[in-house]
Design a protein around this ligand. Structure first.
Ligand code: GLN
Length: 485
């Protein structure tokens, strides 16, 4: 038995039966981290001493408390989520030495449920990117092929899960940052409905889009983690005061009577044949399990990239104004005037992509351009949301590819921002509409790279996405394969 490749539910069973201890599992995973990190580079910080201490304390206390579903489970957290006393960099030089004085609500909930924080995972700077190459520190590599990107921006979390350098992880998704890296790393990634999970203590990128969610080895774990982190939080005014169902409850329900919509706009030029084949095959599998598949249309899909890359940078330009060298983060010491200090702190602290977004966003919000760009983008966003609402009158869930290609080579798109942005084409619409979406493994390319299937559901119908995903997973074995490390 390899302790590191367990899922949450498997590990909990072993702990409950006394077949292993939290200390043993946590120690084993740190050994694996030491062995693999020189190649994978999924983590930015580790909290080993603290984690081992917590593990021992769980072993002493026992795991029986049902309010602690994660007791003794070692987890990784994306470095955009504030962790009290543990460095939180957002993958940026400007926060390279930032140690938050408080926990994000998500971090707190994981801790209160008994989760053990192994460390903080690598990401594109301020979650801006699709490849992890925008990390100010170093790129994470794809465990399936070390010359490929793991996806982004939660690439560190996805790679850590895929490489068994943690039992499960959390990431954040603004335009695909959970789903796309999960797809490229062959694991499960779930972006809940906007407002389902608190954003308090999640460093803001684009506040009308940001959402936290699980990255796990299987669908059951995604449901389990969502159970822990979902729910209203009075500290986040956009979190929704809606009851949180037990997301594991209807996993076992079959697909008879479920209609899945296949949006024709997601099968267009640019989608490579191998990925299309795997997704079409997955749809056949769903049909064989009792689902009815129908073609639907989301006519405004083609405007998603353009709208997102106005709205997200606009919000980012405003959110990132707080990094002024005064309140926290990097401060230039040489500037002679206040203005010079601001300018130098920001010029030296931010990387190229972040600066590009600040400029794009500032431009789109400036007088004279606001109506032409920002307002227009918001109008497109409304139309895209309506597309989804219309489609969901004909079906309960939508099934699509996650990304047009499997993981691309490191360096391939890094100097071509537009190509990088276009790779988000299938994940951005759900973010703009605020609906939940899960990415699950559905195949491999001839080169052995994972391919993901995206399942989208109506607002707050996470259960439907999980149900479709679980049925697929239980009848296939893609999620059981491990990278050859
Ligand atoms: N790749 C998209 C971007 O660069 C999405 C990132 C995210 O979801 N955080 O903005």
């Amino acid at each position: 038995m390899k302790l590191y490749d367990l899922t949450i539910h498997e590990l909990r069973r072993l702990l409950d039966q006394g077949e292993t201890t939290a200390e043993e599992v946590t120690g084993t995973i740190y050994e694996r981290i030491r062995m693999l990190e020189p190649r994978v580079a999924a983590y930015l910080s580790l909290a080993e001493e603290r984690a081992m201490e917590e593990a021992r304390s769980w072993d002493k206390q026992g795991y029986g408390d049902t309010t602690k579903p994660l007791a003794g489970v070692p987890l990784a957290v994306k470095d955009v989520i504030c962790t009290k006393g543990i460095r939180t960099t957002c993958g940026s030089h400007i926060l390279a030495n930032f140690v938050p004085p408080y926990n994000a609500t998500v971090a707190l909930k994981l801790k209160e449920a008994g989760g053990i924080l192994l460390g903080k995972t690598n990401m594109d700077e301020f979650a801006m990117g699709s490849s992890n190459e925008n990390s100010a520190f170093r790129p994470t590599r794809n465990p399936w092929n070390l010359d490929r990107i793991p996806g982004g921006s939660s690439g560190g979390s996805a790679a850590a899960v895929a490489a068994d350098e943690c039992i499960a992880a959390v990431g954040s998704d603004t335009g695909g940052s959970i789903r796309q890296p999960a797809s490229h790393c062959g694991v499960v990634g779930f972006k809940p409905t906007y407002g389902r999970v608190s954003r308090y203590g999640l460093v803001a990128f684009a506040s009308s889009l940001d959402q936290v969610g699980p990255i796990t080895k299987d669908v059951t774990d995604a449901a389990l983690l969502l159970n822990v982190i979902a729910g209203y939080d009075q500290r986040d005014s956009t979190s929704v005061p809606k009851e949180v169902p037990d997301y594991r409850e209807n996993l076992l329900e079959g697909l008879a009577g479920v209609t899945v919509g296949i949006p024709r706009e997601y099968f267009v030029e640019g989608l490579v044949p191998e990925v299309e084949r795997a997704v079409r095959q997955a749809i056949k599998t769903l049909e064989s399990l009792g689902a009815r598949a129908i073609e639907v249309s989301l006519p405004h899909t083609e405007y998603g990239v353009a709208a997102y890359y106005i709205i997200a940078p606009a919000e980012a330009s405003s959110n990132l104004a707080r990094y002024d060298g005064v309140k926290y983060g990097y401060r230039d010491r040489e500037g002679k005037t206040l203005m010079e200090m601001y300018r130098k702190s920001r010029s030296e602290g931010f990387g190229a992509e972040v600066k590009r977004r600040i400029m794009l966003g500032t431009y789109a919000l400036s007088a004279g351009y606001y109506d032409a760009y920002y307002k227009k983008a918001l109008q497109v966003r409304t139309l895209m949301r309506e597309d989804f609402l219309t489609a969901f009158r004909q079906c309960q869930a939508l099934v699509t590819p996650v990304a047009p290609t499997a993981a691309f080579p490191l360096g391939e798109k890094v100097d071509d921002p537009l190509q990088m942005y276009l790779s988000d084409v299938f994940t951005l619409p759900a973010s703009l509409a605020g609906i939940p979406g899960i990415s699950i493994p559905c195949g491999f390319t001839s080169e052995g790279l994972p391919i993901g299937l995206q399942i989208l559901a109506p607002h707050f119908e996470e259960r439907l996405a999980l149900q479709v995903a679980y049925n697929f997973e239980q009848n296939t074995d893609f999620h059981l394969r491990r990278p050859p490390l």
